[in-house]
Ligand binder design. Structure first.
Ligand SMILES: [Fe+2]
Length: 598
């Protein structure tokens, strides 16, 4: 049975294909369209998935959309009417936006794919999140928690999943919290207040939190009431997101926290104003963590299960995930590589396969590499024609060579096999660097990422030696498999891991098992033999404002435009010549000037 899952029209569209119960490929639209967080109907992603399996739309038994678009429309309409006349400005925008695409998804899918309408199915948004978290996790029974901004109506659900002895899988979501009461919306409101982009920059709030102290926790608690049954309710007078698309916080919110930060204002963490913003970030982070830990603890007591599967955009918060693991009673917390809405494409397909069609459960391979593969031959040809130094190496020589480059503080673009599904580079589309000095970190920030200094870079370490460098608790390696937990760097290593240690001594570490990315694992070992520290800085292979690179040519043009010294794809190694280095520096300073002006 061939089932295609689709998520679209909110942010980060994607497609995923499940064949006879097993995931065979998945990709976000942005990786193919090259528009970051592309929310358009994922024509390219669908086309690539079908081509990958050499099938036509007519060969699909079902196309599953990740949410019930008419229910979402109902929510938008109801909220706009409830808030009338305050909502009159946003009302036409909301209706146009919804009626334009979201409500008529069946027609759009049918038209784009020439698909009979009865083969088009819909799942609940949070059922998609739950399925993406549970049906991909190597566990037989688990409690399930999902939390995001909002789906149709639900913003948070709890329940459990079970793989039964008869081969069937069940997902039961027993409780839900509904819009406008939303942990994701609370966090996003602060994201907007702090001058960042909603639905994109929430992780900057988490990074900024480490610079502040939670001095404003009591004020944040005024925004959200805890209820006796363990749920919560946002206090409406502090928020505007339910009435207008323009601003998510109200004047009362500003009375409580002071003036908001404009997105182009510098964020000076030495100034009282900068520290006030950092304290805001630390305070909302603490309150959201406390509520998640409380909800997870209750869920643990209710289910008595040792495993938790956690999905939805809120599950990208690695600091909160680490606290859930430490404090809720669960022994393991599974967060999939794509817990956000892109991952819902996969969740929707799996949900339809297991729950709607009652197909037997099948094990899903436990890795994130489901996208297009890199073609080293294309890289070799492009680099050769462009006059760069190209070498073809066997694996042993290549690993030795690259470990030497990294030890000499060179920045390495590392492309290997299929690209990751989800927002994180986990070893197939990464920029690798030595983790020791802040000079490398600053060079990455200045020449490639052009991003705020308060955002830390992440390390990757082989699982066998992770404990030596990081304080990963029992069960923590599972969270760290997909970089979903933030854990302390051991005090004695912090100065030697300065480029990947956050200001509070923590790191969003990836703990790597050899089977998941064998070449990167071998590289880490070789780098460790040379330097005594088998840890590398691992950041996504992209420049500021662009999606992570997908194919060899995107990798090559990115390498040419920025300060990466060496590029690897398969067994091909390209070293930047001196003249090209100069060009990249010029490009870098030009675009820096352009971004300053912009
Ligand atoms: Fe969601």
């Amino acid at each position: 049975m061939n089932i295609l899952g689709i998520s679209a029209h909110y942010h980060d569209s994607a497609a995923a294909l499940v064949v006879d119960g097993v995931l065979v490929c998945a990709v976000q639209e942005e990786r193919l369209s090259r528009r970051k967080n592309d929310a358009a109907f994922p024509v390219k992603a669908i086309g690539w998935c079908l081509d990958h399996e050499h099938i036509e739309p007519g060969d699909l038994d079902a196309v599953v959309f990740y949410e019930r678009s008419m229910l979402k429309f109902e929510r938008i309409l109801t909220c706009a009417l409830r808030a009338f006349p305050r909502s009159w400005r946003s009302f036409p925008h909301a209706i146009k936006n919804t009626l334009g695409e979201k409500a008529w998804v069946r027609g759009i899918i049918s038209a784009h794919m020439d698909m009979p309408r009865d083969r088009i199915l819909f799942t609940d948004h949070h059922a998609s999140h739950a399925a993406a978290a549970f049906l991909t996790a190597p566990t037989r029974r688990a409690a399930i928690l999902t939390a995001d901004g909002v789906g149709e109506w639900a913003t948070l659900t709890t329940g459990k999943g079970e793989r039964r002895p008869d081969g069937r899988a069940d997902i039961t979501l027993r409780r839900e919290i509904r819009f406008p009461h939303s942990l994701g919306m609370l966090y996003s409101t602060f994201t907007a207040y702090l001058g960042f982009t909603v639905n994109e920059d929430e992780y900057k709030v988490m990074g900024l939190a480490a610079y502040g102290r939670p001095t404003l926790v009591e004020r944040v608690r005024k925004l959200i009431r805890r209820l006796p049954d363990g749920s919560f309710a946002l206090v409406p007078e502090f928020f505007e997101f339910q009435t207008t698309a323009e601003c998510s916080y109200s004047s009362k919110f500003l009375d409580l926290f002071g003036p908001a930060r404009h997105r182009y204002d510098p964020l000076d963490l030495e100034s009282p104003e900068g520290l006030r913003f950092a304290d805001c970030a630390a305070s909302v982070q603490r309150v959201v963590e406390d509520i998640l830990v409380d909800i997870a603890s209750r869920l643990h007591r209710e289910t008595g299960l040792p495993d938790l599967c956690f999905g939805g955009g809120v599950a990208l918060n690695g600091v909160a995930n680490a606290r859930i693991l430490a404090e809720s009673g669960f022994e393991r917390v599974f967060v999939p590589p794509a817990p956000g809405d892109a991952g819902c494409a996969l969740g929707a397909a799996l949900y339809a396969d297991r729950i709607y069609f009652h197909n037997p459960d099948r094990e899903i391979p436990d890795h994130p590499f489901w996208g297009p593969a890199v073609d080293a031959g294309v890289l070799a040809r492009a680099a050769h024609e462009d006059g760069q130094a190209v070498e073809e190496c066997d694996d042993a020589r290549l690993i030795g060579r690259i470990a030497g480059d990294l030890a000499a503080d060179r920045l390495v673009g590392w492309m290997d096999g299929a690209c990751e599904f989800g927002p994180r580079a986990l070893g197939h589309r990464s920029i690798l660097a030595a983790p020791h000095g802040i000079a490398v970190r600053d060079r990455l920030n200045r020449d490639i990422k052009r991003r705020e200094e308060f955002r830390p870079f992440a390390p990757v370490v082989p699982i066998e030696v992770a404990d030596r460098f990081f304080d990963v608790p029992r069960g923590g390696a599972r969270l760290a498999r997909y970089m979903s937990g933030v854990f302390p760097v051991r005090r004695e290593w912090r100065s030697r891991l300065a480029a990947v240690t956050h200001v509070d001594g923590s790191a969003r570490v990836q703990v790597l098992e050899r089977e998941m990315a064998p070449r990167l694992h071998t590289l880490l070992e070789e780098y460790g033999r040379r330097t005594g520290v088998p840890v590398l800085l691992n950041t996504s292979f992209n420049v500021a404002g662009e999606p992570i690179v997908t194919d060899a040519l995107e990798g090559y043009t990115t390498f040419r435009r920025c300060g990466i010294d060496v590029l690897v794809a398969g067994r091909t190694v390209v070293t930047k010549r001196a003249a090209a280095l100069k060009e990249a520096e010029e490009w870098s300073s030009n675009s820096e000037a352009a971004s300053t002006v912009g």
